[in-house]
Design a protein around this ligand. Sequence first.
Ligand SMILES: Nc1ncnc2c1ncn2[C@@H]1O[C@H](COP(=O)(O)OP(=O)(O)O)[C@@H](O)[C@H]1O
Ligand SMILES: [Mg+2]
Length: 321
Amino acid sequence: MEEILVVKNLKKYFVKKGLTGADKEITRIADGISFSIKNAETFVLAGESGSGKTTIARMILRALEPDSGTIIFDGQEITNQEDHLKKIRLGCQMVHQDPYASINPRMTVLDIVKEPLEIHRIGNKEERNRLASHALSQVKLEPVDDIISKYPHMLSGGQRQRVAIARAIVTNPKLVIADEPVSMLDVSVRIGILELIKELQEIHGISFLYITHDLSTASYIGHMIAILYRGKIVETGPINEVLSSPRHPYTQALLDSISNPDPDNLHRDHKIRINESSGINEYQGCRFRARCPYAIEKCKQEPELEKISEKRQVACFVKIN
Ligand SMILES: Nc1ncnc2c1ncn2[C@@H]1O[C@H](COP(=O)(O)OP(=O)(O)O)[C@@H](O)[C@H]1O
Ligand SMILES: [Mg+2]
C-alpha cells in the first residue's frame, strides 16, 4: 500500500443563523478538499489561521462528521463505516498545538502516555508500562525513571510537547497528525521538536500530516505541501518546488509575509473579509481575487486545480511566474 491516507472531495459547511433566523450565513470551511499522503511522507497543510486546517484534521480523525467526501485510511474507506472507525482511531494519532489541551494536568507523565493503550486495551499493566517508557525514551525524555512520575506543570513547554508526541506514538500509529505542534513553543526549542519528528519518521516510517501557518518550519520538515485558502487547496506539489517557484499569488503572499513579517499584513485583510461575509455569494469566483494583485475578469469564475507538471497543481487562471 503506497498511500496511507487518501482524502477525496471533503466538504464541511457551517451554517450560522442571522438575527432574523432567515438570513443564514454559510461558511465553507472545507470545500472539496482532496489530497493523499504516502507512506513515510510528511505532507504539509499550510494556510492562515481560520483557513480550515484543524477542521480538516478533525474530519480525518472522525471527531467531526464531514458533509460529504471520502476518507480512505490504509486502504479502507472510513467514511460512513462505523466498524472502521476503530482502525483510524488506533492507526492515526494527533499532536495538538497546545500540549495542555491534549494532556490532563492532574495525571502523571506515565499515565498520560499509557492512556491510549488503555483506551485500545493493548497489553497488560506491565506491558503498558514498558511501552510507555519506551515511547518516552524515543522522544528523548530521559532519564525515563525520573520523568514518569512528574506532572505536566513540572515540565518545560518543549518537554510537554515531547510527552504529547510520546502519547501519540505509543500505539505505533501509521499516521500522526501534528497540528501546529511548535507554534506555541519558544523559538529555541522548536528545531528540537522538528528534528524529533524527522527522526521518528526515519526510524519507524511514520507518515505525518503537518499542519501549520508557518512556511519556514514547513520547508524544514515537509516533502509535499498543499496551500489552503478559505477552505480550498489553491496550490499543491513537492514543497521545494512550490516554495521556490510559487504559481499561485496567495502562495507568493504567504512567502512574502515570511520575508517581510508584518503580522497584520495578511490577517487584517482576512478578518475584514470574514466580517463582511454575506452568505454564499462571496464564494463565487476565485476566493482570493479581492486580495489578488493579478486578478483579471476571468477570476469571477471559479478556478479548479489544474495539473502544471507531474506532481504540481494550481488553481489560478493567471499562474504567476
Ligand atoms: N463547530 C464550528 N461551528 C462553526 N464554525 C466553526 C466550527 N469550527 C470551526 N469553525 C470556524 O471555521 C473556521 C476554520 O477553523 P479552523 O479549522 O479551526 O481553522 P484553522 O485551524 O486553519 O485556524 C474558523 O473561522 C472557525 O471559526
Ligand atoms: Mg487550527
